[in-house]
Write a protein that binds this ligand. Structure first.
Ligand SMILES: *Cc1c(COP(=O)(O)O)cnc(C)c1O
Length: 430
């Protein structure tokens, strides 16, 4: 398989765009090699500038649950475009999408649309602080909530629960209100609540997808709920990734734990830039112009983006079994790959939540970021490169989740397993 044109395109892009990409993970840094440059997507497939096709298990990092160029989404976008790209004034399309979102989530009475997941989470946290009148927040190591300053935080040394900025350019002053706890470890959360009496909210990916796929234990989430109630803090479920992917009714419907606020993104835009945050009436009433907490956006609720999101969510609503069907297929995929790995003496941990799947080359089950970090990165890089050569596009980092779309057939799943089997054999034979 030649990827010469992609290599040239990457060199040229690097001259003009830092690292050649507009979002770092796309650069393939953690697996080596060159990213493929895409010309088009069609159903389950991506085509690159050299004319190669790949079965796509990334799906734009989550949004495309119906695959590339879904007919109803495409038609909705084209229709919307004909009426104008943006008005900066209200449209009924926003209310229609809001109705759908509210119908899916028990914990959402009202919703505000923004243009990215980063923006959704950043705004939700401001609202939580405004609502509670408190400043500190608790987040979990290994959870990603977008790239806003206060959330780019890593574990401090030793016993410190107050995090340090994980990027230059973020003043330590901006992260001093962010406390870090360990995922699935309730004692670490209790320690944060002991260290600060000023916790506005706990933010968590209830089904974490940014350290590989690591779902939170139900018991852990129940205890988080209790701690938040005891301390008058809000519980925010960041479902930018898991929303409409793990379940159409949110993690709440899987775990039985009700959050105070939910942040959404990815699938909610059907491939267009849309994010959202929602909560019960009383909390959302604090948001400008109803209340004093400021938040705004020139392109928020953009009519073309709303049309794409509406078409995607409506299709999910009308095909309620989609997630269950995708879950079955995703299970077949990772179980098949695990068996193929086992046959070569390679241990693989697997998990599936709806249309999200994860796998780690790791001796032990993964419960948190420290566990995930013990995975075999070198083996993953080899696997990734060889699968790409076989025509299968997996996320280019072992800390990412895989996504299955309705365009992936059972036959494609079987082909993927057969390819994985060849790849593991080749890896084993050095
Ligand atoms: C992707 C993601 C974000 C950030 O969304 P962007 O649209 O990339 O800004 C936030 N939270 C979670 C859980 C995500 O997966």
């Amino acid at each position: 398989m030649s990827r010469e044109t992609s290599q040239k395109a990457f060199l040229e892009a690097q001259e003009l765009i830092p690292g050649g990409v507009n979002s770092p993970v796309r650069a393939f840094r953690s697996v080596g090699g060159t990213p493929i440059f895409i010309t088009e997507g069609e159903g389950a497939y991506l085509r690159d500038v050299d004319g190669n096709s790949y079965v796509d298990y990334v799906q734009s990092w989550g949004p495309l649950i119906f695959g590339h160029r879904d007919e109803s989404i495409e038609a909705a976008v084209i229709e919307a475009v004909k009426h104008g790209l943006s008005f900066g004034a209200p449209t009924e399309a926003e209310t229609e999408l809001a109705k759908l979102v509210v119908s899916f989530f028990d914990s959402i009475d009202k919703v505000r649309f923004v243009s990215s997941g980063t923006e959704a989470v950043m705004s939700a946290i401001r609202l939580a602080r405004g609502f509670t009148g408190k400043d500190d927040i608790i987040k979990f190591t290994g959870c990603y909530h977008g790239h806003s300053d206060a959330l780019l935080v890593e574990a401090g040394s030793g016993a410190a629960t107050f995090g340090n900025p994980s990027s230059p350019g973020v003043p330590a002053d901006f992260t001093k209100h962010t406390l870090l706890a360990e995922y699935n470890n309730i004692e670490s959360v209790k320690k944060c609540f002991a260290d600060s009496k000023n916790i506005a909210c706990v933010i968590i990916e209830p089904i974490a997808g940014n350290m590989g796929l690591v779902p939170a234990d139900k018991e852990f989430l129940h205890e988080l709920r209790q701690l938040c109630d005891e301390h008058g803090s809000l519980l925010i479920f960041d479902e930018v990734m898991s929303g409409f992917r793990a379940s159409i009714n949110g993690a709440e419907s899987i775990t039985g734990v009700k959050p105070d606020m939910v942040t959404l993104g990815k699938v909610i835009g059907g491939g267009m830039p849309v994010g959202a945050f929602g909560a019960r009436r009383e909390i959302m009433a604090m948001l400008s112009p109803e209340g004093p907490v400021y938040q705004a956006g020139t392109l928020s609720g953009n009519p073309v983006a709303m049309a794409a999101g509406y078409a995607a969510l409506k299709k999910l609503k009308d095909n309620a079994r989609v997630i269950a069907v995708l879950e079955e297929r995703a299970k077949r995929l990772v179980t098949g790959m695990q068996k193929a790995a086992e046959a070569e003496g390679i241990v693989m941990q697997i998990d599936v939540r709806g249309s999200m799947f994860g796998f780690f080359f790791n001796e032990a089950p993964v419960k948190n970021f420290a566990d995930a970090a013990k995975s075999d990165a070198e083996l993953f890089a080899k696997f990734h490169a060889a699968m790409l050569e076989e025509g299968f596009y997996f996320a280019c980092s072992l800390y990412e989740t895989g996504f299955i779309s309705t365009a992936v057939t059972d036959a494609m799943v079987e082909d993927t397993i057969a390819a994985a089997s060849r790849v593991f054999k080749a890896i084993k034979n050095g």
